[in-house]
Write a protein that binds this ligand. Sequence first.
Ligand code: HEC
Ligand code: HEC
Length: 249
Amino acid sequence: MATSNGLRVDMIIRTLFIALLAGIAFPSTCLAQTAREQARSDFAPYGSMMGTQFRHMKLWFAGKLGNWKLAAYELDQIERDLAAAALPSGAPAQESLVKRTQELRETVNARDWTRFADAYGALTNECNGCHRATGHGFITVQIPTSSPFSDQAFEDQVAEGRSLARRICGECHGLPDRSTATVARRFGAPGLEDVVRRPSFSEDSVRGLLTSNHRRLGPDQTMPNPRLTNYEIDEIVAYFRELRSGANR
Ligand code: HEC
Ligand code: HEC
């Protein structure tokens, strides 16, 4: 009897174990599916408005900090979101919305901050116009005052690095995109394009060079410690990375 009892217990444990596994595998996928459907219906009737809200904010900071590639990207996403969604009932015709995004696009292409700010305001009014027309007049969007996305830098890291390098390093080093490249070379400093082609070049070595406290370097001992902040170093390293990929092409 002990054996058969042992078997029964064994079977019960095994059944429980299988049930447990199944419990983990199946209902959770079902739950995930319901959650997804729930999320979808939360955003109804007009696509993912929270997504649009995020992009609307990011678009502003991209434009404000002159990261026009990012601005164009966010605008693409807004246009895509708004075009993909079914029009809620009562919504004004899409034409004026399309017109507003097109006007904004032109200012992004022209990299024109002043006109961008105006066109952004006009788009924002258009957002609110539809909210009012569809019985959601209590939802008002506005120009954001500060970015809630503390994990995203809205500057273009490479562009910032290039302008830093032009300003600080360009005192001595020639930059490839600088018309005065030949004039700029001082103290026998190599052009930055030559620097990135050196076999000894690595991002770590530049980082080390820019973070260390040495004041002098090289045979002429003329490279001062530029005393950059960490994020400025990241920007210069990003610029060097781009220079290098250009140099290797
Ligand atoms: C064609 C109509 C229409 C346009 C255009 C529109 N919205 Fe909306 N928006 C709605 C409707 C309808 C709701 C309420 C239902 C929903 O959330 O989908 C809404 C909701 C919202 C919400 C509230 C989301 C929440 O759950 O808290 C925000 C924020 C928002 N919209 C931002 C924007 C922004 C930013 C723009 C412009 C870039 C915009 N909307 C353009 C129709 C529109
Ligand atoms: C006052 C002039 C001066 C300034 C400003 C300056 N450098 Fe230099 N740098 C030099 C000289 C001279 C050398 C050449 C030393 C040598 O050949 O070893 C050099 C060499 C270098 C090297 C090559 C090191 C190696 O191991 O080959 C790098 C990388 C470099 N500089 C980066 C920078 C960066 C980045 C900046 C701006 C943040 C900068 N430099 C600003 C004068 C300068």
